[in-house]
Design a protein around this ligand. Sequence first.
Ligand SMILES: Cc1cc2nc3c(=O)[nH]c(=O)nc-3n(C[C@H](O)[C@H](O)[C@H](O)COP(=O)(O)O)c2cc1C
Length: 188
Amino acid sequence: MTKKKKVIVAVTGASGAVYAKVLFDQLTILHEQIEQVGVVMSDNAKEVWQFELGNQHYNDNSFTFYHKNDFNAPFASGSAKYDTMIIVPCSMGTLGRIAHGISNDLITRAADVILKERRKLIAVVRDTPFSLIHINNMKIVTEAGGIICPANPSFYSLPKTLEEVAGTVISRVLDLAGFEQDSYRWKE
Ligand SMILES: Cc1cc2nc3c(=O)[nH]c(=O)nc-3n(C[C@H](O)[C@H](O)[C@H](O)COP(=O)(O)O)c2cc1C
């Protein structure tokens, strides 16, 4: 088996808390491939989760949660060697702060660290439509080595539930992060 991964999951206040929930569920299933999952949520992420999912069960899992202002979290420094950071969903505000190096909380600092260390940043951006500011910020993050993986579900696997719809995006995220996983693959 390949080396176990150290993963940061950041949840921000864009619509689509279900994407974070499905990612948490999948990472729990994939625990044998994981050494560490560190989670950080923005204040608005918690509000959107409550509003959209009707609960506060975001830490019903074995992951380590860090406060958004906790710069003592290991992944606030490159020395902790986290492999991958997934921001899901990623608001336009967080995207903009990352694009412009504004490391004013643990989420934006961790993303800054991942990019400077040339590790993998996956931003599941969510808004519609996009302004030129959003598009330029996605370009900047892409040029800095990040991967923009929009929260655009696909429907060719005929998903039946909201979680299956969200799962069409999360399975792409897990592929990008390098996990071995069973998922729907076109024509296989
Ligand atoms: C219910 C709800 C849905 C939202 N959806 C989005 C969205 O899809 N995309 C976005 O960029 N911001 C969205 N916002 C606004 C962000 O939460 C807001 O800009 C916030 O400042 C982002 O901060 P954060 O990135 O630190 O979470 C939404 C807010 C609420 C309350």
